[in-house]
Design a protein around this ligand. Structure first.
Ligand code: N2P
Length: 393
């Protein structure tokens, strides 16, 4: 019998009351289970006592009724390298250098501009990344493709800092694969001095008087999603008639737009070449630091809200370094500095309290006009097709 099977049988025996706690402890230590895992199992099986040096349980799973969690694997010593792939302008300047110094790890950071770009690269399997940062729906896509590793929570004790609002999500109901990173909303960044009005509708991007001074994001979900909301539809619609109507609106906007561009539009807003751009709130705040006349608005038809999370792609080589990094970014002071730089909200509760430029968590009223993007499933092909037609049309 494999050691793993023996461990599972031992946990089951304790859970079913066939062996005593003392017997379980002896067997578990003999099978090389860590003290942390033993603590979790004992807690899940209703034991009051914990081994003397057991850390607090990580996350929320294993504390309710139901089967005990499978023993967590052992991770070796920290590796010398860590490869991160994330959105551009999404981390404070000193986050990585400070981690490198403290943990003696060399970090490589590559950036992307959309979930689709990241998924395509991770799917090749050759990218060699240890951490990626998908939005919620993209976590579902990666899970569906079996492209994410389970987290070893005993190495992320700071997971407890995450606000309950961001846990137990539809894309990770048991908090097994994600560390929520930043949350935000999609709307309109604009130069109040140049535009001369507050944009209140997605129709702004069809205003011929502003030809060449507007941009929308180079992002299938945000772009088509905005036109769906404009039409009173869900950002997650896969209905053929809705998509055809959204495409028609997008094609009306296309000759007015200077380009399809996401985060890099900040430089054009600052320079005043672009008067208004579809953009996320945090990137808008980053641009505002350089140019005070930049503001952010949410169109009345509504928009999307999202939370991006760190995940470990399948086959990652530097697992221990990835976990140490996740635990590090969950420190309140590190998390606060990240969000103070990005301009986004922090899902880390003590970090959000420490932030200089606080971003309040969305209220129920806020949520009335905002939707989370969901995995489109089989509908993804139709969206891809429409997006290709919009861009080449
Ligand atoms: C990157 C912001 C990414 C947010 N600057 C997209 N969910």
């Amino acid at each position: 019998m494999s050691q793993e099977k023996a461990r599972i049988q031992l946990v089951e025996a304790l859970r079913d009351g066939r062996i005593e706690r003392r017997e379980f402890l002896r067997g578990a230590l003999g099978l090389g289970m860590s003290v942390g895992t033993i603590g979790l199992v004992l807690q899940a099986c209703g034991s009051e006592e914990k081994p003397a040096d057991a850390p607090p349980p990580a996350g929320h799973e294993g504390t309710g009724p139901g089967p005990a969690p499978a023993p967590e694997p052992e991770l070796g010593p920290i590796e010398a390298d860590l490869h991160i792939y994330m959105w551009s302008d999404y981390i404070a300047e000193d986050t990585i250098p400070n981690f490198e110094k403290e943990f003696n790890v060399k970090v490589t950071l590559d950036t992307y501009e959309s979930n689709e770009e990241m998924i395509a690269k991770v799917q090749t399997g050759a990218a060699g990344y240890d951490l990626v940062c998908p939005s919620g729906y993209a976590v579902s896509v990666l899970r569906h493709l079996h492209l994410v590793e389970q987290l070893v929570k005993k190495h992320i004790p700071n997971y407890a800092n995450l606000a309950p609002l961001f846990l137990g999500s539809v894309f990770d109901p048991k908090n097994e694969v994600t560390v929520p990173w930043q949350w935000g909303v999609t709307g309109v960044a604009y130069r109040k001095d140049l535009l001369g009005k507050v944009p209140d509708s997605w129709a702004l991007f069809q205003d011929a008087a502003l030809k060449g001074k507007l941009t929308m994001m180079d992002d299938m979900r945000d772009n088509i999603g905005a036109w769906l909301r404009f039409l009173g539809k869900s950002v997650n619609s896969v209905d053929a008639a809705d998509l055809a109507a959204a495409k028609a609106e997008a094609l009306k906007a296309k000759p007015i737009l200077a380009s399809y561009v996401s985060a890099p539009v900040k430089a054009q807003l600052i320079a005043g070449d672009v008067f208004a751009a579809q953009l996320w709130n945090g990137d808008t705040m980053q641009a505002k630091v350089e140019k005070a006349e930049i503001e952010f608005a949410l169109p009345k038809e509504g928009s999307s809200i999202w939370c991006d999370s760190m995940c470990i792609p399948k086959g990652a080589k530097n697992l221990r370094a990835a976990h140490e990094f996740l635990n590090y970014i969950l420190r309140p002071e590190v998390g606060a500095k990240i969000s103070d730089f990005t301009g986004y909200g922090s899902p880390n509760l003590p970090a959000s309290e420490k932030m200089v430029n606080k971003v309040a968590y969305p209220t129920e009223a806020d949520m009335k006009n905002l939707e989370y993007n969901e995995d489109l499933g089989a509908g993804t092909a139709a969206w891809d097709q429409i997006w290709t037609e919009i861009k080449s049309g």
